[in-house]
Ligand binder design. Sequence first.
Ligand SMILES: NC(=O)c1ccc[n+]([C@@H]2O[C@H](COP(=O)([O-])OP(=O)(O)OC[C@H]3O[C@@H](n4cnc5c(N)ncnc54)[C@H](O)[C@@H]3O)[C@@H](O)[C@H]2O)c1
Length: 250
Amino acid sequence: MRLDNKTVIITGAGSGIGRATALRFASEGAQLMLADWNESTGEETVRMIKESGQSAVFQHTDVTKPEEVEQLVNRTVQLYGKLDVMVNNAGVSQTENKISNVPIDEWNKVVDVCLDSVFLGMKYAIPEMIKNGGGSVINTASVAGIKGQKLVAAYTAAKSGVIAITKSTALEYGKQNIRVNAIAPGIIDTAIISGWRKADKWPILSTANALRRIGQPEEVANAILFLASDEASFITGTTMVVDGGTLLGK
Ligand SMILES: NC(=O)c1ccc[n+]([C@@H]2O[C@H](COP(=O)([O-])OP(=O)(O)OC[C@H]3O[C@@H](n4cnc5c(N)ncnc54)[C@H](O)[C@@H]3O)[C@@H](O)[C@H]2O)c1
């Protein structure tokens, strides 16, 4: 199995891409620590994994709180003895608004959850990976952070920031055999896009790529799996786009 003996933390594992990644990683033999601020959905992911005959542990974590992220990493190492892979995936969407109408609280919250959390995840995970001789970090960005997107400036800024700190961190820790990559999904069928589904523009939005459909969380999970695995051993500092061709237009 592709993740045999690998200890993995996945944040935002209670839903969508994080849950699909947890299920996929479990089927590849990973030792899993799942984190989310939603206890019931996080525990539900653990139940789903147990139903399929594998195991995982859940730790309630708000990824914006340094002490909780540190505790998440510490508990993982206490339980499994090491940390090999960190998937910084938790994120929130932003209410659509022109920049002059964005409430300051909302700007701070979106940047906190989508960008600061990735900093915290790497800050606490990487020292443990170094002790173990190396590791792989996968940060969830977005195509919005590459191409820009109107009315969600906080989200696009945060996701561009994720791509930037992925590159900086890859350069800082390559010598210690730590690979740091990002993924940039296009529109994926999860709870985060539920608002868009109700919008008039949904028929256009949902087919605005080469494949003319939205993606499934499992399709992103497969990309994360590749980057986490030893198959990606010479890949670092990159952002893998998983968007059905959205960046090409149509
Ligand atoms: N679905 C898409 O179209 C899409 C596109 C590009 C990028 N993304 C990114 O993918 C990642 C996963 O999103 P998703 O689509 O699976 O959405 P989702 O809403 O289904 O899942 C997000 C998860 O993150 C958790 N979370 C949010 N804030 C948290 C916090 N402070 N602490 C801990 N957990 C927290 C939520 O509880 C939820 O379980 C996000 O970073 C998102 O920005 C999604």
